[in-house]
Design a protein around this ligand. Structure first.
Ligand SMILES: [Zn+2]
Length: 151
């Protein structure tokens, strides 16, 4: 299994390298019959303009945006109302609104607090199958927000 997961896997549609996801993530997030699930490794496609969200490593199966229950952050780079943090319900809009009204963002602290409290469920809620913090840090950087250094 671990050897298979290290094999590069390209999305059959956009031919970019996919990110390995747990089949449990795919099962949780698709809106089609789980009879479609096969005993093969699945990958997540991060390409914004590609319709494919998940594909099987053998390239024989693709699962499109319409077949996923959640809107996918990576697929809507310009949307402000798409979830960036699926566990604690943060969107680009909610983060920016906080910065505009409070002059600061507590989103990183909020997510970290949830993680430490054992409340997060990234494996089952985030279509990418793992923690959103990398995306949140990237987004804050993109909008020019400097994360305060902790003392
Ligand atoms: Zn793709």
């Amino acid at each position: 299994m671990s050897e298979l997961r290290k094999t590069p896997s390209l999305c059959p549609m956009c031919h970019q390298q996919g990110k390995s996801v747990d089949t449990a993530t795919v099962k949780t997030l698709i809106n089609i019959s789980l009879h479609a699930i096969r005993d093969v490794p699945y990958f997540f496609c991060r390409t914004a303009d590609c319709q494919v969200v998940y594909f099987s490593q053998d390239g024989q199966q693709t699962i499109s945006k319409e077949q996923v229950r959640e809107r996918v952050y990576q697929k809507e780079p310009n949307a402000t109302d798409v979830m960036i943090c699926y566990c604690f319900r943060h969107t680009p809009q909610s983060i920016q609104a906080e910065i505009e009204t409070q002059g600061t963002s507590t989103v990183i602290e909020d997510i970290n607090a949830g993680i430490h409290a054992g409340q997060c469920a990234c494996d089952w809620r985030n279509p990418q199958g793992d923690c959103c913090l990398g995306n949140v840090h990237k987004f804050l950087k993109e909008i020019g927000y400097k994360t305060k250094s902790t003392h």
